[in-house]
Ligand binder design. Structure first.
Ligand SMILES: Nc1ncnc2c1ncn2[C@@H]1O[C@H](COP(=O)(O)OP(=O)(O)OP(=O)(O)O)[C@@H](O)[C@H]1O
Ligand SMILES: [Mg+2]
Length: 259
């Protein structure tokens, strides 16, 4: 890293420590080769965005990082641990330290907001103490600005509110790394912007490092310290939003079609 980049990173709180390292990741479904030697480094404190068109393998990538899908080849290290060789118990422990915001908010419709938020705490045995649980639910509901929704059901919330509650549920475990799958998809641009601003605010408050998977250039512009363009299973181009904006590469240009 050159001196200029180090200075810029010092200003943003990004360190040189790699919290996620992906090397030569390959994943195919039959003859459909989705990832074909993909590499990625996430530094502590960084917001790294992976930009790729629909079907390029963005969701497959983060599912491989979480080992919800088994990679065919390559290595994945998260917080210093080799994800592909961990036993189930160690993997469960590691997953608590990685937040995952699903492409849809994936809230349980039959549970209230409060019950949705308590669920990860119980499931991962973080706490079953009612007072402590209550305090954590309060904290994250306030952090996402929706304390009034506590006893509501997901069907009573708007899309943007569901996304916020999804964020709260991810954050309640105090993850060190958060993987966001299309955090703004399906939202209008104003609500999308609010969600991105909330992600940035929470990232500072909770001191997380993030990988944001999206095809939304507004996310790239507002939130990304660095962007990797995923194309045909590999790293196509890497740079800042300004670098991409100035690029003449046809694949990069295709994302700016409406801009
Ligand atoms: N479980 C699976 N079994 C078989 N094929 C799969 C599976 N999951 C994903 N794929 C295939 O992998 C490819 C990439 O899918 P992926 O969901 O990662 O795309 P994406 O980049 O997230 O797209 P979008 O922006 O639309 O969410 C697609 O061709 C898809 O059909
Ligand atoms: Mg996807």
């Amino acid at each position: 890293m050159d001196a200029q980049t180090s200075l810029e990173h010092a200003a943003t709180g990004i360190t040189d420590e790699r919290v996620v390292e992906v090397r030569g990741l390959r994943k195919a479904f039959g003859s459909n080769v989705v990832l074909d030697g993909f590499d990625l480094d996430l530094r502590r404190g960084e917001n790294l965005m992976v930009l790729g068109k629909s079907g390029s393998g963005k969701s497959v990538l983060i599912k491989c990082i979480m080992r919800l899908l088994q990679a065919d080849a390559g290595t994945i290290r998260v917080l210093g641990q080799d994800v592909l060789t961990l036993d189930q118990e160690a993997l469960d422990r590691l997953r608590v330290r990685i937040g995952f915001l699903f492409q849809s908010s994936a809230l349980y419709d039959s549970m209230t907001v409060e019950e949705n938020l308590e669920f990860p705490l119980r499931r991962h045995w973080i706490t079953r103490d009612p007072k402590q649980t209550d305090a954590l639910v309060d904290e994250v509901l306030n952090a996402v600005g929706l304390p009034q929704t506590r006893r509501m059901y997901p069907s009573e919330l708007s899309g943007g509110m569901k996304r916020r509650i999804g964020l709260a549920r991810t954050l309640i475990l105090k993850p060190e790394v958060v993987l966001y799958d299309e955090p703004t998809t399906g939202l209008d641009p104003i609500t999308g912007k609010e969600i991105v601003e909330l992600i940035l605010k929470l990232q500072r408050a909770y001191n997380t490092s993030s990988i944001i998977i999206s095809h939304d250039l507004n996310v790239a512009k507002l939130a990304a310290n660095r962007i990797i363009v995923l194309h045909e299973g590999r790293n196509h181009v890497e740079g800042s939003y300004a670098d991409l904006r100035a690029s003449n590469d046809p694949v990069v240009r295709s994302f700016f079609i409406f801009m």
